[in-house]
Design a protein around this ligand. Structure first.
Ligand SMILES: [Zn+2]
Length: 346
């Protein structure tokens, strides 16, 4: 676990970390490090995965990360960890493992690896998409953009779009070239249904409303049978809202409905109270934290990096997002880089 200063400097030089600046080093008091994962993808499905690289870890890397955590850290269930931290009884090198969104591969790929090492995990579910057979709009949009590119060699000629989406499409261009990251950001900041509508309009307009079955399968979400099976196997669950709405920009009514309805659905489906929340995108504000408390949540996770220590506000739990590129050295997964992430909470 200990990394020499020289080694740390060398690691800092790695491309994956340079832009992050100097690390905030581990504090001496009790700390809980919360890791955030999204997708864990088998090698043979990687080519069909449409998700952003910032939410994907390869199965092999994940397996090596879990083996390392089991050997070198004290992995605790998130909510137990928060309790122990509040009581000053947290073990050394305490780590909690969480997953966002509710991807199918959390059950099929990640869970068997967690079970092999006896590691607990908490999964935050976007309740509105679980069990519907639908995909997230970002993956459908990526598929549509690839189709567009294949159709006309550029991404500049979409099928006819409603005025608001056409305006957004134009704003996502720079020097005549579509910036897909900017497009995604604009859609997330727009009305809650904008991304869904654009993906649907593009796919319909291109004559491909449905994704090929193998692509759909490689980007699928959990259904409720999955959730129940995971619950029986000891997985804990929390809310990630109903529709993955960015809460700071939502109206107070939408915000309250997203927080309350997802909690109600989870209570009904799981037969127990759910008190853990992860803010979609990690985005929160004072008003959002108040709404989360009013809806009955006792913990809420952000994507602000760092350790959680005695000064923790439980509605502002820090988490470190882990994705493939962050732990990749010249020869694939680097245990040293992963240890560095654990040491510096980067
Ligand atoms: Zn999410």
């Amino acid at each position: 676990m200990t990394i020499s200063f020289k080694r740390r400097l060398k690691l800092l030089g790695a491309a994956a970390l340079t832009r992050l600046g100097m690390p905030r080093l581990a504090r001496r008091g009790q700390t809980l490090l919360v890791l955030c994962y999204h997708r864990v993808v088998p090698e043979d499905q990687a080519a069909a995965v449409l998700s952003s690289p910032y939410i994907v870890v390869r199965e092999d890397s994940f397996a090596r990360q879990m083996a390392l955590l089991a050997a070198e850290c004290a992995v605790v269930p998130l909510e137990d960890g928060l309790d122990l931290l509040a009581r000053g009884q947290l073990p050394r090198r305490a780590v909690a493992i969480t997953f966002d969104d509710g991807w199918k591969d959390t059950r099929t790929t990640a869970l068997p690896i967690l079970e092999r090492h006896g590691l607990p995990a908490l999964v935050y579910l976007t309740t509105g998409v679980i069990g519907t057979g639908r995909l997230f709009w970002q993956e459908r949009l990526t598929h549509a953009l690839r189709l567009l590119q294949a159709v006309d060699g550029s991404r500049n000629a979409p099928p006819p779009l409603p005025p608001d989406l056409a305006g957004l499409w134009q704003r996502a261009h720079h020097n005549g070239v579509l910036d897909s990251h900017r497009l995604t950001r604009l859609l997330k900041q727009s009305t809650p249904d904008a991304g869904e509508r654009l993906a649907t309009a593009l796919l319909d307009g291109l004559g491909h409303p449905a994704l090929p079955p193998e692509v759909h399968a490689a980007n699928a979400m959990l259904d409720w049978d999955d959730v129940h099976a995971m619950q029986r196997r000891g997985v804990a669950f929390g809310s990630h809202t109903v529709d993955h709405v960015l809460l700071p920009a939502a109206t107070p009514e939408v915000r309250a409905a997203q927080l309350e309805e997802s909690r109600r659905v989870l209570r009904q489906r799981l037969g127990q109270e759910v008190r853990a929340l992860a803010y979609p995108n990690g985005d929160h504000s004072l008003a959002v934290r108040r709404a989360a408390m009013a809806a009955g949540y006792t913990s809420a996770a952000t994507l602000e990096r760092g350790f959680n220590d005695e000064s923790l506000d439980c509605l502002r739990v820090r988490r470190v997002n882990v994705y493939e590129g962050k732990t990749a050295g010249p020869r694939g997964f680097s245990p040293d880089l992963f240890r560095f992430i654990l040491t510096a909470a980067l």
